[in-house]
Ligand binder design. Structure first.
Ligand SMILES: [Zn+2]
Length: 261
């Protein structure tokens, strides 16, 4: 994504571009998850520190699988003989379909019709699937989700490409931002990453360890200390270390501000 365009674009366009970039960045992980039994993905990998060997082996497998799947033909155009994680496959198919259809809608609204054959095959264009034979000539869908997302980002940020594209109408820009957000949320939910994680800028008042705050979508916030059982804080252990939830958070904030003073 072009940082200058990101600075000057309309807010809805910026939001769309950021969410689409997040979808692209996590796409390889989602494709890898389709071929991984759900039991290996949940609990989320950051909870699996105590199973070091297993985690390391899974990470290797994930890498092999991710590098093998990134850049392959789009999902709609290939077969899934034995998907191991149906949730991941459903999510990937739905997100891919949504972004392809969104690109079609945007192209129909803002892309100038082709003057001649050269113009028609300009790689900057979004090409529609052939109406009579969409699987034989899928148009720009052949390049997969990654290209669709990059192309939509360019339109959302109103990136120049000669006179090929008109600026997006505001209503379409809002729709683009809404679709991008929905797709990002679906991908992150399927990967168990829908919580927000923040490294706190102050250390654990009990042991000086690193504190991490998390907000789960629809769930309660929590803070964990990375030290583990050696931390003397009077709160329970989770797989991530000592964890503060609910009323315990009040005590933590009190201790943190006490330590600060
Ligand atoms: Zn601690």
């Amino acid at each position: 994504m072009n940082p200058t365009a990101l600075d000057t674009a309309a807010p809805a366009g910026r939001r769309a571009a950021v969410d689409l970039a997040a979808v692209r960045e996590q796409w390889g992980g989602l494709l890898a998850a389709i071929d991984t039994p759900p039991a290996a993905e949940w609990p989320p990998r950051e909870c699996r520190g105590f199973l070091d060997q297993l985690a390391a082996r899974d990470a290797e497998l994930d890498q092999v699988s991710a590098s093998a799947t990134i850049g392959r033909a789009p999902l709609v155009l290939r077969e899934h003989p034995a998907p191991l994680n149906l949730d991941a496959l459903d999510t990937a198919l739905a997100v891919e379909r949504e972004l392809f259809e969104l690109a079609d809608t945007i192209a129909a609204a803002v892309q100038r019709p082709a003057h001649d054959q050269d113009d028609a095959t300009d790689p900057a264009r979004w090409r529609f699937p052939a109406p009579s034979a969409p699987t034989i000539d899928p148009g720009s869908r052949a390049y997969g989700l990654h290209w669709a997302a990059v192309w939509i980002e360019g339109r959302a940020l109103d990136e120049m490409s000669g006179d090929l594209f008109a600026p997006m109408p505001l209503r379409l820009l809002d729709e683009t931002a809404a679709v991008a957000r929905r797709c990002r949320e679906r991908v992150e939910r399927a990967l168990g990453r829908d919580g927000r994680t923040t490294a706190l800028d102050r250390p654990c008042p009990w042991c000086g360890g690193e504190l991490t705050g998390r907000t789960r979508a629809g769930g309660e916030p929590e803070v964990t200390c990375a030290t583990g059982e050696a931390c003397g804080a009077p709160v329970p252990m989770s797989c991530r270390g000592r964890v503060w939830r609910g009323a315990e958070l009040v005590d933590l904030w009190a201790a943190l501000s006490g330590a600060h003073r």
